[in-house]
Design a protein around this ligand. Structure first.
Ligand code: NDP
Length: 218
């Protein structure tokens, strides 16, 4: 069975791809432009549908929507957060997630037809939780809240088709995005996330969970 991970050329996505490969899984890692990797720009609908066409007829057992951006960390409430930045974040962190899942639904259904128990993992963030609102980063927070909402609703619609959906917080991780002061190493985050995703079943579909297995209040 095949695991497909978006944004697998660096950071958490690369860590997940490396670890699943080490464990013997067949992994398709996507990247915007990286030799030897499956090309995919999640901000470009044509790029997403081209991926769907290339993979036509191939079952996917786990789809990890990991690609994401965070670019509003220094914006000021009074004069920051320009509309273009909103559009850019929603294109990648929300629309990109939805269109990728939509394009690969036939592949996930093929896994069901082959007797498998496919799943979708959406890498959101604790910053998307209403319950832990902390102010600031309005665009990123709103985009991750939307990704969480997508996952919660997809879980309802896909349950009866035998496809489980989990929404995950990877921790504050030492990647290009998380920076060097982060609390969790890529290895720790990836080890925990892999465990959570591998163990996801339909019984827990719609869960919002951290890398260490803790449920996060919505
Ligand atoms: P990085 O910035 O290290 O990596 C981001 C990945 O997403 C890269 O592979 C990047 O590719 C890819 N990406 C960005 N834009 C696009 C696009 N338009 N199309 C395809 N791929 C794209 O981030 P992390 O590894 O830290 O984050 C991974 C996920 O985890 C993200 O969704 C992030 O929001 C989430 N997260 C991370 C946290 C952290 O502390 N690090 C905390 C909470 C959530 P490229 O090299 O081409 O830019």
């Amino acid at each position: 069975m095949t695991i497909l991970i978006t944004g697998a050329n660096r950071g958490i996505g690369k860590g997940l791809a490396d670890e699943w490969r080490k464990a013997g899984s067949d992994v398709i890692g996507t990247a915007r432009s990286e030799p030897g990797m499956e090309p995919l720009d999640v901000a470009e609908p044509d790029s997403i549908s081209a991926l769907g066409k290339r993979l036509e007829g191939s079952p996917v057992s786990t789809l990890v929507c990991n690609a994401g951006i965070l670019m509003d960390r220094h914006d000021q409430l009074d004069n920051g957060y320009p509309p273009e930045l909103w559009a850019q974040h929603f294109q990648v962190n929300v629309t990109g997630v939805f269109l990728t899942i939509q394009a690969l639904l036939p592949n996930l259904r093929l896994a069901v037809a082959n007797g498998g128990h496919p799943k979708i993992a959406i890498i959101s963030s604790k910053l998307g939780s209403q319950a832990s609102a902390g102010g600031g980063r309005y665009i990123y927070r709103a985009s991750k809240a939307a990704a969480l909402n997508l996952g919660r609703n997809l879980a309802i619609d896909l349950r009866e088709q035998g496809i489980a959906v989990g929404i995950y917080h990877p921790g504050w991780v030492a990647t290009d995005m998380g920076g060097s002061n982060a609390e969790v190493s890529v290895e720790q985050s990836v080890d925990g996330l892999r465990r959570q995703i591998d163990n996801l079943t339909l019984a827990e579909t719609g869960c919002f969970r951290a890398w260490d297995g803790q449920d996060i209040p919505f």
